[in-house]
Write a protein that binds this ligand. Structure first.
Ligand code: PMP
Length: 353
């Protein structure tokens, strides 16, 4: 979805790395995260400051191969510093469908997947994954387990102005972000964590050291350039209009959500979540919520497998059963290319009501 904007940016976002550059493993010996490229770190700090979405003061930045590796690193770190094992990893349903697989992939002795946080009946031996705005349903989430001695990881992949009103500075112990959702560059495979506690940051860096001996410098340089273009667009707007990335993203998503809601209403067979406008501190106005996914419920009692129903009209969705709820729900990407999104709207509009 973001590709047309990056085409418009043109060579300002092009990266050239000579054959002799960025050859060593190491980026910064003194840093806990010794493989963190300084120019990437400073562009991360700069963009968070402009958007004002996450506290960075006194935080350690850890870079990873997407936020997927960050999740593995975080679980390892929190598991390693807990004294009872395995730690129960939970998340409130509907939760991001990859969490169970990521948590149990390593068959770690330190932690294991324990399902829906709302059904958790243990003491403080837990890690709660809090995804806010939530994948799949776009809601703003807060931790639901109250025991202070438990651990929390805030997956904030979608806490950017194109998706949701900015409600101020998030200030959690561990916050995860990813280039894939912030800018659309999923293939660059860059994620980062803002971490309060030094011991946790050290354990995360140790995980990445032993897992991949750091993170591609080439990708970090590209990520830095992409983030810089976005920040420049807001800090140095040109009279003839430099790209304003978040404005573009919000405009695209607003249009897609309008078309989807229209088609869903016409069909009469489905429902979508509703969100009230809230004041956005970035756009300085009341703004709507436009999640990166549509969390669609089949209201027709005759359809008991919503994913199968969509498959018959050649629309690929992901069933609610992977998110800890029932097959009457499906998740549909709102971030696909213009052509694919147009085809999807056409197909859903052609359903008889
Ligand atoms: N967390 C959430 C909530 C996500 O939606 C995704 C991507 N779908 C990820 C983490 C993983 O992102 P990445 O591409 O950075 O590995």
């Amino acid at each position: 979805m973001f590709e047309p904007l990056w085409k418009e940016v043109g060579d300002n976002a092009t990266v050239t790395i000579s054959g002799w550059e960025k050859m060593s493993y190491t980026s910064c010996d003194e840093n806990i995260c010794w493989f963190l490229e300084p120019e990437f770190a400073s562009e991360v700090l700069r963009l968070h400051k402009i958007v004002n979405n996450a506290a960075t003061n006194g935080r350690h930045i850890i870079v990873g191969v997407g936020s997927t590796q960050m999740i593995h690193a975080t679980l390892h770190a929190l598991g390693a510093i807990k004294d009872r094992h395995p730690v129960n990893v939970v998340s409130a349903a509907p939760y991001y469908s990859m969490y169970p697989g990521i948590v149990d992939l390593m068959k770690s002795g330190l932690y294991h997947w324990a399902g829906d946080a709302a059904a958790f009946r243990g003491d403080d031996n837990f890690i709660e994954l809090v995804c806010s705005p939530n994948n799949p349903d776009g809601t703003i989430r807060h931790a639901i387990l109250g025991n202070e001695a438990g651990k929390r990881v805030h997956d904030m992949a979608y806490y950017w102005p194109q998706y949701t009103p900015m409600r101020g500075l998030a200030d959690h112990d561990i916050m995860l972000f990813t280039l894939s959702k912030a800018t659309g560059h999923a293939g660059t495979r860059i994620g980062w964590a803002l971490v309060k506690d030094k011991e946790v940051a050290c354990e995360m860096a140790k995980f990445i050291t032993l897992n991949t001996i750091g993170v591609s410098k080439d990708s970090q340089v590209r990520a830095a350039t992409i983030l810089k273009v976005i920040s420049d667009g807001y800090e140095f707007p040109k009279p003839n209009g430099a790209v304003q990335f978040f404005h573009f993203g919000r405009h695209q998503l607003a249009d897609r959500w309008r078309r989807l809601r229209q088609a869903v209403e016409k069909s009469g067979q489905f429902s979508l979540p509703r969100f009230s406008p809230e004041f956005c501190e970035f756009f300085k106005e009341h703004a709507e919520t436009y999640p990166g996914f549509a969390w669609l419920r089949c209201e027709d009692q005759k359809i008991n497998d919503c994913e199968g129903f969509f498959k018959r009209i050649n629309v690929l969705t992901r069933s609610g059963k992977y998110f800890g709820v029932g097959p009457e729900y499906v998740r549909i990407s709102m971030l696909d290319t213009d052509g694919n999104f147009d085809a999807f709207i056409k197909r859903i509009s052609s359903l008889d009501s």
